[in-house]
Design a protein around this ligand. Sequence first.
Ligand SMILES: CC(C)(COP(=O)(O)OP(=O)(O)OC[C@H]1O[C@@H](n2cnc3c(N)ncnc32)[C@H](O)[C@@H]1OP(=O)(O)O)[C@@H](O)C(=O)NCCC(=O)NCCS
Length: 182
Amino acid sequence: MPNTPSRVELSPLTLADQDEFCSLVRASAELHSATMQLPATAEAFQDWMRRFEDGTNRGYVIRVQETGTAAGMVNINSIIRGRYQGASLGYAAFAPSAGRGYMTEGLTVALRHAFEDLRLHRLEANIQPSNKASLALVERLGFRYEGLSPAYLYINGAWRDHERWAVTAPSPWTPDPSLPEV
Ligand SMILES: CC(C)(COP(=O)(O)OP(=O)(O)OC[C@H]1O[C@@H](n2cnc3c(N)ncnc32)[C@H](O)[C@@H]1OP(=O)(O)O)[C@@H](O)C(=O)NCCC(=O)NCCS
């Protein structure tokens, strides 16, 4: 995990983000078209926000500290405790801020938050083989390739193969109390 000073911070996604978020999703339609389906209307946003209610999924906006601009989003999804202590990442840049290193920095902050505050042990990113920008991003962050999962996610009307990439917590790591002792 890179440990350089960050230009960005994570803010938990709230209902107050609705208009800004939806308008940035609409502005990013081309960038997201093959890989991400994010809410672009008030109704879809409010429906989507329900997934964060029970703590299994957490959503954040990646904001540029100096300006407050929303540069992208990251979700820590499907958090499973017990002997797994893992989750899956979903992320996207917003087109007006893409390609400037903000996602690399935002995901670096998200990894630190996941390992240190949420005390997760493993984070996965599942990426379509054609998504070179996303593959480059997780490689920069120190994820390792674990294998190909055929027909893994239903995207744009079809079950798509995904590469499974993962990173585990750096040591020393403080476990969550829900981890069994033996
Ligand atoms: C995948 C995705 C999130 C990557 O976002 P991004 O904005 O390109 O990411 P970053 O800006 O952090 O990194 C990209 C480039 O910025 C460069 N960069 C890093 N720091 C920089 C800086 N300070 N100034 C300018 N550029 C910089 C990186 O080197 C990289 O360049 P390169 O890949 O051409 O070598 C984006 O393409 C996206 O939203 N795709 C659609 C949604 C998606 O696929 N999500 C993932 C599903 S698995």
